[in-house]
Write a protein that binds this ligand. Sequence first.
Ligand code: C5P
Length: 275
Amino acid sequence: MIVEPAPAKLNLALHVRARRDDGYHELETLFAFVTDGDQVTIAPADVDSFAITGPFGAGLAGEGDNLVTRARDAFRAVFGEGDAHAITLDKHLPVASGIGGGSADAAATLRAMARGSGVAADDPRLMTIAAALGSDVPACLVGRTMIGRGRGERLEPIEAPHWPVLLVNPGVAVSTAAVFAGWDRMDRGPLAHGDALTIALAGRNDLEAPARALAPAIDVVLALLETQPGVTLARMSGSGATCFALFADAADCRAAAATVAAAQPGWWCLETALA
Ligand code: C5P
């Protein structure tokens, strides 16, 4: 049995530079990962099966076209059929929330399938499969702090501090395609040069404005996170609606988590750290 973590992805900065002819957008983003997320388990079986467990599992149940089974099928199309598998996705991350849940699950499935069949983790064919599954899947396959360009698939590693971070989602699912479609097509410039923290602090998320227009609850989340004692940076991740708050001090992060949970008991809140 192979157990593979599927950590949440953050965009510490996300600069949208141009709309492409293929409908996608040219990005410059600072990807980071946290130490918590979903989990994919793969076990040998007589017939293929796929089950979803966990607190956010119900939202996905009955979805025939999960990214996990698509990743499994794409892996087999390249590396051969092999054995049947019982796959379980333990879903802890909110769905359609800007922290790459589905992409992380697909990447974890590819890593697990590779481990199970003796394919090297750095086999370039895995990256090709990942890019075909979704723009964030290559970054999730590598799973470390990186600058991403193009659709997000041109990746360059960068060192980052393992800082405490609080993730907060107001319980509103946001469509990535709808948020990108709301971008005002104004290029506000590239990422800054320097270390990860410099890039993050000097950066922005260009999808924040269109996401806030679609989901005004994001305004409430950011207003709360920005005023927490000790916060270094509060920003939306990806196309939202999840926002993050970075702290230098774990005690400040813990206090902020308690404040948010008390103020908004219905929101999803995860106290974690940059991986
Ligand atoms: O690649 P993925 O399927 O995750 O993208 C979902 C949607 O997000 C795309 O259909 C597209 O509308 C939008 N997108 C984009 N530019 C990117 C990544 C995603 O326009 N670089």
